[in-house]
Each structure stands twice: as structure tokens, then as C-alpha cells.
Design a protein around this ligand. Structure first.
Ligand code: ATP
Length: 219
């Protein structure tokens, strides 16, 4: 199947890494097949949704048999491009930026932060783990030579759009925005916004007001 040409719903695409991580664990524990009910229990997505998600990729399983773990694993690895590492840069090595640099994303993932940038000259040339912090003057040059596709933005909110305007003129494809700022970008750049303060606040609100209702993952 031509997996690169598949157009699947965004909600399904978002759940794929979740499935992949669980299937990887199953494979490592030696399990050979898994039912959609077992998958459902483990990833907390209802089994009808799982069957619908998997149906976009053709017949991955058989009725009464479930899914072959090794087949699923190689299928998801291919579709998620797990054999190809996506290089990521981080801009703004403050408290959050440092924590993200220290987090080992490659353990379960096909992404790797390869470099970092900061405008504070005292931080420039320092290393967090094996990642060097570069001066903002070298931003465009290093993004290009390292063939960076994704940037994690952890600068203060006030600096976010200015930095984004520079990124808009580079070849990067996406920005993972951890700042509270809403960013304006050209259409060839995708922005994914993660505002931890808002997430926490809305989570607390949900717990207080909807404590007896189940929250559906990925919706
Ligand atoms: P810290 O206490 O280390 O400053 P913080 O997370 O509280 O951490 P912030 O003010 O949020 O600090 O800044 C995050 C980081 O972004 C800092 O290291 C700062 O030097 C850097 N920074 C600020 N403005 C820019 C900019 N325009 N370009 C690149 N980096 C920037």
C-alpha cells in the first residue's frame, strides 16, 4: 500500500503514535497477536474507534483473530516514518527549554533535538547533555546546514512572533509552540500550540465539573 499517499482524518493521525508505542511494548514482551478490545483497554480509546482508525489502512486484522503484532509494528513504523529521524531545533533555553532538551525524545520516538539557540550570550556555547546552545546570529545558517524540519519554541511570549518571522523565511516545516503567544505563519509552516498553563487550567476545570464523565482520548 502507498502509505505516503494516504489521507487519513487528523484525529486518527494523532492517535497513531499512541498505537505505535503500545504495539512496540507488546512486541518487546513477545506477544504475537492482540485484539481490538485489548488495544482499547491499553490505550484508552474505544474499540469501535480503533477498528475505524485501522480500517483506513486496509485489512490489518482478521475477525476472531485480532491483529498480528509484528505486522502492525512494521506497518506503523513505515507509516510514522520511524526509520527516518526528524531533526528538531529548540529556541529559548530557559527553564522549560532546558527540561525539554534533557528529555530523551528518541527513546520512543523518531525525532531528535540536535541543536538549541538562545539570545543570552552567557548561555551560548554551553551544552545541555550533548546539545550545544548556539547564538541567534547563526539561526538561519544552522537550520539550513542541519536540515532542521521542526522548531520547538520556548522563548518568552513577547519574543515569539519576532523569532517566528525569522523562521518563516527558512525551510522549516513546523513549529511546536510552547509560548502562550498565537503565532502568524505562512501557509507552508504548520504550528502546533502547547500552552501548559491553559492545559492545566482546563484540566482542573474538567475534574471539578465533569468528574464522573469519561474523557475521550484524542478528541
Ligand atoms: P530563565 O530563568 O533561564 O531565563 P525562563 O524560562 O524563566 O528561564 P524566559 O524569560 O521564559 O526564561 O526565557 C526563556 C529563554 O529564552 C531564556 O533563556 C532567554 O534568554 C531566551 N530568549 C529570550 N528572548 C529570546 C529571543 N528573542 N531569541 C532567543 N532566545 C530568547
Amino acid at each position: 500500500m502507498e502509505t505516503d499517499q494516504l489521507k487519513i482524518p487528523k484525529a486518527t493521525a494523532k492517535r497513531l503514535p499512541l498505537y505505535y508505542r503500545f504495539i512496540q511494548n507488546l512486541y518487546q514482551s513477545g506477544k504475537q497477536r492482540v485484539s481490538s478490545a485489548e488495544l482499547s483497554e491499553a490505550v484508552k480509546v474505544d474499540s469501535a474507534t480503533i477498528r475505524r482508525d485501522f480500517s483506513y489502512f486496509g485489512a490489518l486484522g482478521k475477525k476472531g483473530y485480532g491483529y498480528n503484532v509484528q505486522y502492525l509494528l512494521s506497518f506503523f513504523r513505515k507509516i510514522l516514518n520511524q526509520d527516518e529521524i526528524t531533526k528538531v531545533a529548540l529556541i529559548g533555553v530557559g527553564n522549560l527549554g532546558t527540561a525539554l532538551l534533557k528529555y530523551n525524545f528518541t527513546k520512543n520516538n523518531n525525532t531528535k533535538i540536535v541543536c538549541a539557540f538562545d539570545e543570552n550570550q552567557e548561555k551560548v556555547s554551553q551544552k545541555i547533555g550533548d546539545i550545544t546552545i548556539h547564538s541567534m546570529e547563526l539561526l538561519e545558517q544552522i537550520l539550513s546546514t542541519e536540515e532542521i524540519q521542526v522548531v520547538i519554541l520556548t522563548v518568552p511570549a513577547l519574543a515569539a512572533q519576532l523569532v517566528t518571522d525569522r523562521l518563516a523565511k527558512t525551510e522549516i516545516k513546523g513549529i511546536l509552540n510552547f509560548t502562550p503567544a498565537r503565532l502568524n505563519v505562512p501557509s507552508h509552516i504548520r504550528v502546533h500550540h502547547i500552552d501548559l498553563a491553559v492545559e492545566l487550567q482546563s484540566f482542573v476545570y474538567l475534574i471539578k465539573h465533569y468528574s464522573n464523565e469519561e474523557v475521550v482520548v484524542g478528541d
